[in-house]
Design a protein around this ligand. Sequence first.
Ligand code: ZN
Length: 162
Amino acid sequence: MSEFDWRRKARDSVRSHSLRSRLSIHDFRLRYGWKYDEIAVGMRAEYETGQCPYCHDPYKSPEDVTVDVLDPNREPFYKTNTKFCCMSCNSAKRNLPPMEWEKRLNDKSRQLPLFVVRPFIPRPRQIMPVNSPQIDRLIQMGRTAEIMRAARRIIRRRLMEQ
Ligand SMILES: [Zn+2]
């Protein structure tokens, strides 16, 4: 994605957040310090460093990086009340205050191992559970983004051994 595209993306983000504030784009930017260049550079750096700070999934594409207003009940000052996150976390979070959102994230990560302990790929009449010390270790360390990747590698290896 070019510099121009990142800037366009920053503009889109400012526009949609200003709509929520009921200020004009101009007034919103001045009042809350949302600068196109700074946002564009920030988004790009966020995308390049890799994963959503909430769900720890890798960003699917540059478009997946969004600006989250941390506490929607406070004024959206760019420097102090925003954070980048993925699109699905941003829409799941919606207007939840930070405490509520944190609670939901914790619930989710507590459920996560149940789902990831046995990742599987469906094949005709075959579901393959993956139990391995490597997966257990990743779960213990909370490195959720790597679990599915590791599971796929293990499955591929086992299929080749068959
Ligand atoms: Zn996320």
